[in-house]
Design a protein around this ligand. Structure first.
Ligand SMILES: [Mn+2]
Length: 317
């Protein structure tokens, strides 16, 4: 396995001034998943850390209609897109740890720029496909797919610092898993266009039919809040831990998983330390599932049981 990690802090500054807790969380997730002497990784996995991305701040980032932080999000995603493009050109599987889901704009854009047509598997309680015209909250993390889908190009106005984006995903290559909090626009759109939406786990469909590189954009709120409560917009009735993990294991087995976003892990939203641990621990397990960790345990292909005389020797030591 070759993977590359980009830590992203998009959305953190808006969420809290100090951001210390989030930074600690990134380090924890990173260590649990990717540090070389970690007990979780007992299978071969080369990791290259591309570091944190630094983003520009905009003092004059006025709302555009109701849309908030357009300049900051547009500019940050441009940088992110370039980073993912470079990671893919270096031949790695890209891993993006977020941060809010608006980072998918840059992540998917950079991925497509490097490898061409993608299958996008969007695992989320929300479709995140509102346009700047249909959004009620103005949050860009509810809109990333609207900037990426070719079919929505004519319905999506260009925001400041968004002009670099070229829509690069076709609706037929987008699959939703875990949707359950769906607003009117999304309902009309998602269920009438060629996109496949499923409240159940039906990754099998896309992944066998199309032979394209897969981009997995995983919002931890897809999983039930009893498992991942420390997130911005929890919705009851989500995927179980097993279903959530199954998606990652399945995509790993296709051999075509080419980039992963793990987003909306937010320790500040946990009511207790246990809630934070459960959420962060699940994010770690999901990422490890993407890279071949098996629930039943991994062992080296050439592993052999110790012979009797060896164990006798050990006992006498
Ligand atoms: Mn989302």
């Amino acid at each position: 396995w070759r993977m590359a990690v980009c830590l992203d802090q998009l959305g953190l500054k808006r969420e809290s001034r100090e951001g210390e807790k989030e930074r600690a969380m990134y380090v924890y997730v990173y260590d649990q998943c990717f540090s070389s002497n970690n007990k979780n990784i007992n299978f071969s996995c080369a990791v290259k850390d591309y570091g944190n991305l630094q983003f520009e701040e905009f003092a004059d980032d006025e709302p555009v209609g109701v849309v908030k932080n357009a300049k900051a999000v547009g500019s940050a995603n441009q940088r992110l897109s370039e980073a993912v493009h470079a990671i893919k050109k270096d031949g790695h599987t890209s891993v993006m740890l977020g941060g809010d889901h608006s980072l998918a704009i840059g992540s998917i854009h950079g991925h497509a720029a490097a490898v061409g047509e993608l299958s996008v598997v969007w695992v989320d309680a929300h479709a995140d496909i509102n346009t700047p015209m249909t959004t009620e909250t103005g949050n860009l993390h509810g809109q990333p797919m609207s900037f990426l889908l070719r079919e929505l190009r004519s319905k999506t106005p260009t925001l400041p610092n968004f002009s670099w984006i070229k829509p690069c995903v076709s609706a037929k290559n987008l699959v939703y898993i875990g949707l359950r909090d769906v607003d009117p626009f999304t309902q009309t759109y998602v269920y009438t266009c060629p996109t496949k939406a499923s409240s159940k786990v039906t990754v099998t469909l896309v992944c066998y039919r199309v032979q394209k590189p897969i981009h997995l954009s995983y919002d931890v709120d897809a999983v039930d809040p009893s498992v991942t409560p420390a997130t911005g917009t929890p919705v009851i009735g989500g995927l179980t831990y097993r279903e959530g993990l199954y998606v990652t294991e399945y995509l790993c087995q296709t051999g075509r998983l080419s980039a992963v976003d793990m987003v909306e892990v937010n320790p500040l939203r946990g009511q207790t330390e246990q809630e934070v641990q459960s959420t962060v621990g699940t994010a770690v397990d999901l990422l490890l599932g993407c890279f071949g960790r098996q629930r039943e345990g991994n062992h080296a292909p050439d592993y052999q049981l110790p012979l009797k005389h060896e164990s006798e020797k050990r006992c006498t030591l």
